[in-house]
Design a binder for this molecule. Structure first.
Ligand code: NAD
Ligand code: IPM
Ligand code: MN
Length: 359
C-alpha cells in the first residue's frame, strides 16, 4: 500500500468543522483504495497567534516542507483584525504560500447541474459554465516593495503597496496556464489592466510572446473591468483565465457565485517542486463559525484536487467527486446552496451523507 504524509492546517472559524469532514472522507477513500495517510496537524492563522504569538510558526513551515501535501481550511477572524500586520492571520497564509514557492493557484469554477438554480444568475446564463482561473499567487501587489504605511513630509500618513511583476514571474505562471488550457478546451484569456498599468503591459507582452509556443491554444486578452462584467454577462465564453494575484483573488470570488456558493469552490496552490497546498477559495466565515452551518464541499473538493494534482491518485479523486455528486443528487444541501422543496442539513450531516455515498 502506498503511504502519504499530509499536514493538516485547520486554522480558524469554520476551518476545524470543514476539516473534520474532509479528513474523515480522505480516510474512508484511503481504506477503499489501500492508501495510507499519516496526518500531522499544525498551527496557522489566528490559532497560531493565540498559541505562539505569530501567524506562521517556523515549525509549521518545516512540517509542511516535509510532507507530501498540505491541506488547509481557512484562517482569519474579527478578534485578530486590529493586530499589527506581522501578527495578522492573513500574513501567515501569505508567508506559507511564499515560503513554499506556490506561485500557481488553480481555482476551478464549475456549475453543477444539481445547483444550477442556487446561482443568483439565470439558469440559461450559467448552464454548463466550466472555468479555470489560474491566479498568480506569490507576486504582484500582494508582495511588491516598497510597502507600508509611511509618514509623509506633509505629516500625513501614506499607505503604499507596489504592483510589480518581473518577466520570469509572468512567464512561469503563463506556462502553467497555457499547459492547462491545452488540456481543457484550448482557450486562454489573459486578464490585466494594460491600458493603464505598466506592470500589466509587461504582463501582456510576455503572455503574447509565450503564445507562440502554444499554437494549439487560442489566446485572448481582456481588461479586468471588462472581465468582471463579462463573467456575469456571458460566463460560458470563458475556458481558462490567467491573471495576477489581486485580480485573480477578486475574479475567483465572482466566479464562485456562478456556481451557487463560495462554499463549493476548491483550489490548488502549486510551486515548481515540493508539496502543494490545497485549500477552499472561501475564508473562515466567522459569521457562521461554530454553528454547524458551513458547507464542507469546497474542502472535500480540495481534497480531491490534492489527490489528483499532488498525490497522483486520480481514482481516489474521482471517488470523492462522485460522492459529492451523489449527495447533491440525493437532495442534501447546506444553507448556502438551499433550494425550494429541500431541507438544509448541517456541516456534520453533510459529512455523514458523503461517507454513506462513498460506501
Ligand atoms: P468568507 O469567505 O469567510 O465569507 C464570506 C461569506 O461567505 C460569509 O457570509 C460566509 O458565511 C460565507 N461562506 C464562506 N464559506 C462558506 C462555507 N463553506 N459555507 C457556507 N458559507 C460560507 O470571507 P470574509 O467574510 O470576507 O472573510 C472572513 C475571514 O476569512 C477574514 O479574516 C478573511 O481575511 C479570511 N479569509 C481567509 C481565506 C483563506 O483562509 N484562504 C480566504 C478568504 C478570506
Ligand atoms: C484567498 C484570500 C487570501 C488572499 C487572504 C486571506 C490573504 O482572500 O485565499 O483568496 O487574498 O489571497
Ligand atoms: Mn480571496
Amino acid at each position: 500500500s502506498q503511504s502519504f504524509r499530509i499536514t493538516l492546517l485547520p486554522g480558524d472559524g469554520i476551518g476545524p468543522e470543514i476539516m473534520a469532514v474532509a479528513v474523515a472522507l480522505l480516510k474512508a477513500v484511503g481504506q477503499r483504495l489501500d492508501l495510507t495517510f499519516s496526518f500531522q496537524e499544525a498551527l496557522i492563522g489566528g490559532a497560531a497567534i493565540d498559541q505562539t504569538g505569530v501567524p506562521l510558526p517556523e515549525d509549521t513551515l518545516t512540517q509542511c516542507r516535509q510532507s507530501d501535501a498540505v491541506l488547509l481550511a481557512a484562517i482569519g477572524g474579527y478578534q485578530w483584525d486590529s493586530l499589527p500586520r506581522p501578527q495578522r492571520p492573513e500574513t501567515g497564509l501569505l508567508a506559507l504560500r511564499s515560503g513554499l514557492g506556490l506561485f500557481a493557484n488553480l481555482r476551478p469554477a464549475r456549475v453543477l447541474p444539481q445547483l444550477i438554480d442556487a446561482s443568483s444568475l439565470k439558469r440559461e446564463v450559467v448552464d454548463g459554465v466550466d472555468i479555470m482561473v489560474v491566479r498568480e499567487l506569490t507576486g504582484g501587489v500582494y508582495f511588491g516593495q516598497p510597502k507600508g504605511i509611511f509618514e509623509a513630509e506633509t505629516g500625513q500618513r501614506r499607505g503604499v503597496n507596489t504592483m510589480a511583476y518581473d518577466e520570469a514571474e509572468v512567464d512561469r505562471i503563463g506556462r502553467v496556464a497555457f499547459e492547462i488550457a491545452r488540456k481543457r478546451r484550448g482557450q486562454l484569456c489573459s486578464v490585466d489592466k494594460a491600458n493603464v498599468l505598466e506592470v500589466s503591459q509587461l504582463w501582456r507582452d510576455r503572455i503574447s510572446a509565450l503564445g507562440a509556443d502554444y499554437p494549439d491554444v487560442t489566446l485572448s486578452h481582456m481588461y479586468v473591468d471588462a472581465a468582471a462584467m463579462q463573467l456575469v454577462r456571458w460566463p460560458q465564453q470563458f475556458d481558462t483565465i490567467v491573471t495576477g494575484n489581486l485580480f485573480g483573488d477578486i475574479l475567483s470570488d465572482e466566479a464562485a457565485m456562478l456556481t451557487g456558493s463560495i462554499g463549493m469552490l476548491p483550489s490548488a496552490s502549486l510551486g515548481a517542486d515540493g508539496p502543494g497546498v490545497y485549500e477552499p477559495v472561501h475564508g473562515s466565515a466567522p459569521d457562521i463559525a461554530g454553528e454547524d452551518k458551513a458547507n464542507p464541499l469546497a474542502q472535500v473538493l480540495s481534497v480531491a484536487m490534492m489527490l489528483r494534482y499532488g498525490l497522483d491518485q486520480p481514482a481516489a479523486a474521482d471517488q470523492l467527486e462522485q460522492a459529492v455528486m451523489t449527495v447533491l443528487d440525493q437532495g442534501y444541501r447546506t444553507a448556502d446552496i438551499m433550494a425550494a422543496g429541500l431541507t438544509a442539513v448541517g456541516c456534520q450531516a453533510m459529512g455523514e451523507a458523503l461517507l454513506r455515498a462513498l460506501a
